[in-house]
Design a protein around this ligand. Structure first.
Ligand code: GLC
Length: 565
């Protein structure tokens, strides 16, 4: 039996070629958001979003202005707590509706998981035709789009229940063999057990101790913090985040990541399989997905943590880490044509702090495909950096979160969207969206995946197309003032997803085939679609999952003269 489906469960430098980075004072971010302690209110500051969309590159100005006008219109139609779900149809308004929507809401509601009478999450997949493995569990990362859909639909209770239940799980003692895991680790997933004899329900959770490979999910804790902020922002109810238990939960998650050690980089060192890609796929080291989520969780925690005796020290450590992390990511992970050309001409073996090629990357290690893939205008954060290793693969989740968290500068965000537009066939194809590009094949596949039969080229985590990523793309599009890109992607997915019974992923270079071992009725495919639709209809929802640059902050980064897009 292939129990590995859900890996986590059953499975002074010379910066002549780098952009100039200005000092960022992240302590400014520690102010409480204005939305806390207020009545339920709009989930974002529209003014700042319209300003942002106007302030982008001249290339997009006319589209952005038109888009901002649309935002103004939406301003008038917003009514807090409006329901768009199946029971109270979304079709009441004048915006485009699609038959798929009602079906999606029905399917999402069918996936609800109850614990002692209360909804506490959604099951990963409701596919009875296939082996359950651990798809009958509530995954923390999978629940995020479900949670956002419910928040957008004015149903915050289930999200609150989920946050509190998983918080209780965090306090469990976690052991793998005789080794005890850190206190702050959040589970990858949990399940409700019914005891028919005692007529009693209990929870069981998996922190990595049942996972193939025995890897703990680093992303769960970050998603938990991000969701806590989304809840707070959307409801205006700060009492949940202010509970001493929630404050402690956040501190525990972050103290696992902020502890001192042997690190020379501010990024987090990870094992393969610790995130959405939960099998061996060569993402060990410092993967972009985790670094971007780490950045976002740190920023969310900064607004949610109290500056009391317990919180003060963590807040200071967060500010320092954000400062170093944004410098590191923006300078070293960023790749565009200019940067690629610089790497192509890198000298090696440069000892001392004046080295340009700091990680001693050998130009011969540049993969062939990157020279064709890199457009003249556009760029992205590469997959991983460590000594003598740059993983040039494009990872969708990390790049979208980089935009949403403002880890990317506005220029970088625009460049990422430019790349998606100019490499549409490769990254979107016939079914949005590639989790990673390109696939690894042959000898490399053998070495990197350990001959994983589920991760063959252009399948599953190895270049498969995942509909759940639609919500992240849509949010990034709205933030950068380019909703038309999201609209195009949603149109591609809309009819097929329902017809194909909401597959988990698609296979093939263009995503034309339902994934070889893909589950049907995969909840996050359903919820991802719903969130994308609702966000496009009412872009004010973006505020739940997006963090603006601090207005008072100086521009975070200037392009060096030679830096082009
Ligand atoms: C797969 C995915 C993982 C997801 C899980 C449940 O293992 O790789 O990201 O959380 O399925 O859907």
């Amino acid at each position: 039996m292939d129990v590995s489906d859900n890996g986590n469960i059953t499975n002074g430098d010379s910066v002549s070629t780098a952009p100039v980075i200005e000092e960022i004072d992240f302590s400014k971010f520690t102010d409480k958001p204005r939305t806390l302690n207020t009545e339920r209110q709009r989930s974002y500051d529209e003014r700042s979003l319209s300003e942002l969309s106007i302030g982008l590159s001249p290339h997009h100005t006319s589209r952005n202005i038109e888009y901002s006008r649309n935002l103004d219109q939406l301003d008038c139609t917003f009514s807090p707590g409006r329901r768009s779900g199946f029971n109270t149809p979304w079709s009441q308004n004048s915006y485009e509706t699609h038959p798929t929507l009602a079906e999606a809401w029905e399917a999402l509601r069918r996936s609800l998981v109850y614990f002692r009478g209360q909804p506490v999450g959604t099951i990963a997949a409701l596919d009875n035709s296939d082996e359950k493995l651990n798809y009958d569990q509530v995954f923390v990362r999978d629940f995020v789009p479900s949670a956002l859909a419910f928040l957008m639909n004015g149903e915050p209770e289930i999200v609150k229940n989920f946050i509190l239940k998983t918080l209780r799980l965090q306090s469990w003692e976690k052991k793998i063999d005789r080794f005890q895991l850190g206190e702050g680790v959040m589970p990858a997933s949990f399940k409700v057990l019914h005891d028919p004899v005692r007529n009693y329900e209990t929870l069981i959770a998996d922190f990595g101790e049942s996972a193939i490979g025995r890897v703990a999910p680093i992303d769960s804790g970050f998603w938990w913090i991000i969701l806590l902020r989304a809840y707070t922002k959307s409801t205006g109810d700060s009492s949940l985040a202010e509970m001493p238990e929630c404050q402690k939960g956040m501190r525990l998650i972050l103290s696992l990541c902020l502890s001192e050690g042997f690190d020379t980089f501010p990024t987090l060192l990870c094992a393969d399989g610790c995130c959405m890609i939960d099998r061996r796929m060569g993402v060990y080291g410092y993967p972009i997905e985790i670094q971007a989520l780490f950045f976002m969780a740190l920023r969310c925690a900064l607004v949610l943590l109290k500056h009391d005796d317990d919180g003060k020290e963590v807040v200071e450590r967060i500010s320092k880490r954000l400062h170093a992390l944004s410098y590191h990511m923006r300078s070293y992970y960023w790749l565009d044509l200019k940067q690629l050309n610089d790497i192509y001409r890198y000298k090696t073996e440069e000892y001392s702090h004046t080295a340009v090629n700091k990680f001693n990357v050998i130009p011969d290690s540049l993969p062939e495909w990157i020279f064709d893939f890199m457009p003249t205008r556009g760029g992205y954060f590469i997959g991983n950096i460590s000594p003598a290793r740059m993983d040039f693969r494009w990872f969708c989740l990390g790049n979208c979160i980089a935009i949403l968290s403002s880890m990317a500068t506005p220029e970088q965000s625009t460049a990422i969207m430019d790349l998606i537009e100019s490499r549409w066939e490769e990254l979107v194809g016939e079914m949005p969206l590639k989790v990673v590009y390109p696939a690894i094949e042959s000898h490399e596949w053998r070495i990197v995946t350990g001959c994983d039969p589920k991760n063959t080229r252009w399948s599953y985590h190895n270049g498969g197309s995942w509909p759940v990523l639609l919500w992240l793309l849509t949010a990034a599009c709205i933030k950068t003032g380019r909703p038309q890109i999201a609209r195009r992607a949603i149109e591609l997915a809309e009819t097929r997803l329902l017809k194909d019974n909401w597959p988990e992923y698609y296979d093939g270079k263009l995503g034309r085939f339902i994934g070889k071992q893909s589950r049907k009725f995969q909840t996050w495919s359903i919820a991802g679609y719903l969130v994308a639709k609702m966000m496009l209809e009412d872009p004010s929802h973006l505020g739940m999952v997006s963090l603006e640059e601090d207005k008072q902050m100086k521009p975070l980064m200037k392009r060096s003269n030679s830096w082009t897009f």
